[in-house]
Design a protein around this ligand. Structure first.
Ligand code: ZN
Length: 121
């Protein structure tokens, strides 16, 4: 799944595709400001955690704290939908997160915003 908070912050930070979100939070009055902390980090290439991000090997010189307001993010998402033609709720997959359980893993449900088409409306 594409993380639009991460993508937005990466664009503002002018960082490459391996710049990933390490932490994020909302802050300020009415939680209207979003802070994303990201870093360029490799992924595990083998073992149990293969494909997961290896933050321990992150490049400290690329660590950035990026702030934007919720309003700016909403505008950015609208532009992203226009640019990609994809639904921002499910980032084009047609499915959204439903629940997570330790035994059954992640469950998905159909995206109602695009009626499972994955296309921007
Ligand atoms: Zn959708």
């Amino acid at each position: 799944m594409i993380n639009l908070y991460e993508l937005h912050a990466r664009e503002l930070a002018k960082m490459p595709d391996n710049w990933v979100m390490r932490q994020w939070k909302t802050m300020g009055q009415d939680y209207g400001i979003i802070l994303v902390i990201g870093i360029c980090a490799p992924r595990f290439v083998r073992g149990k955690r293969k494909g997961h991000i290896n933050f321990k090997k992150g490049d400290k010189t690329t660590e950035r704290e990026i702030y934007y307001t919720k309003q700016e993010h909403d505008q950015w998402v609208t532009d992203w939908e226009f640019k990609t033609g994809l639904c921002s709720k499910c980032t084009g997959s047609g499915k959204v997160f439903s629940s997570w359980n330790i035994e059954t893993g992640t469950k998905w449900k159909p995206c109602t915003a695009c009626k499972e088409t994955g296309k921007a409306q």
